[in-house]
Design a protein around this ligand. Sequence first.
Ligand code: FAD
Length: 421
Amino acid sequence: MECHDIDAVDVLVCGAGSAGFCAAVQAARAGMKTALVERYGMPGGIMTVMGNNDVALFYAHKRQVIRGIGWEFVVSLADRGFAHIPDMTKDVPHSQLGVKVNIPAAGHWMDEMLLSAGVRLYYGQPAVAVETEGRKVQAVIISTKGGLRRIRASMVIDCTGDGDICAWAGAAYECGDAESGILQPGTVRYYFQAAQVGKVRDEKTLSAFYETGELLEEDTMRHPIKTLRCQNGNNVNHISGFNGADSESKMWADIEGRRSVYRVMKALKKAETGLTVENIAPETGMRETRRILGDWYITAEEYERGISYPDGICYSFYPIDLHQDGMKEIHQIFLIDGQVPQIPLSALIVRDLDNVYVAGRCASGDRLANSAFRVKASCMAMGQAAGAAAAVAVRENGGQTRGCDLERIKAILRADGAIVP
Ligand SMILES: Cc1cc2nc3c(=O)[nH]c(=O)nc-3n(C[C@H](O)[C@H](O)[C@H](O)COP(=O)(O)OP(=O)(O)OC[C@H]3O[C@@H](n4cnc5c(N)ncnc54)[C@H](O)[C@@H]3O)c2cc1C
């Protein structure tokens, strides 16, 4: 099939989620001709399209450890009344310390920050293939309404969450548990009809429906009506047994997600709760897919101990948080006071490629470490770090990820407000 060149850039970021957004803004602000490819028409990934609008965590043990472009974004939204930033110095469970962003405002504000940084946007045009030469990705092919188009790039940053670019280019990866292949369950977001809230009968219960099998426990995690209502359908189900890095399996995760929500809708109606679901995310959000192998592989032990790396480039903070199938308890390990995990730049350098960084959920580490550093503020910090590194690699290092001057990368990050170890 014919495929025309559409662009040639210094830095091409694939995926406009939490990581990709920050990577693209940073690379462009650092003077790189930057393009951003995104399969949806809206940036934000899991934060917006998939509806999980909780951005965790910018603070560790009551001290800010992540700032930079991600923080600038949430503060800009909060200043306009479209995000809630809790007091992060309070002694409350970590689940209450995430920033809640308004989804349409978040999508819009990401557009504006990307455009004002000068990023060339390719929304609604998924990456479908790569062209490689040796250990380098020369170009990414995107699918447009006009047919396939080629974007040539000196450096590529894979922020697809699933590590698509790296996997297609032949880089090694892990996916789920090494022995069983099990992955964390996904969750599908839905939204209640807002006008009903206030007329809802919180005292009603769905218990009878679990007995008859009309409702599965993992459809609601057995939350009471009040919790479902207050969460507005966010993070209240488990869709288990699917692999988001396999298109067939992912399709069934989406179908099962809608089956699950429909069971909830029927039960809410039958129980006369006064609650109706009126909208649903287009896909089941997947917590875990591919982890691309980098020059460094962050282990849970390193993460928990908060060890310092010679090339530590940003911080991350969240408990180990491995969701398990169905109603099984989340495997959590909380970080001891004072310990703040770092992400080394080498965990963002793709082991098998020379001009590709990886950032966000698909960065290099074991399952347990990944279950913690996958949270959005950490993805934002990793994305920004990869964007700065890519700029130094293009400008001073012959387009190679390895061997960049770390202090130059840190200087770019600091200039854009980031906290670096
Ligand atoms: C159900 C659920 C609940 C969660 N709860 C929380 C929480 O409460 N707090 C928190 O901080 N984190 C939470 N997380 C984790 C966090 O949201 C994600 O790990 C994080 O958003 C990942 O960011 P990312 O940028 O790496 O990937 P994503 O947000 O997945 O972004 C990847 C982007 O790449 C795009 N893309 C993918 N493939 C292609 C392609 N081939 N071509 C072009 N574009 C492509 C996608 O459309 C998407 O926009 C949750 C995750 C899930 C699934």
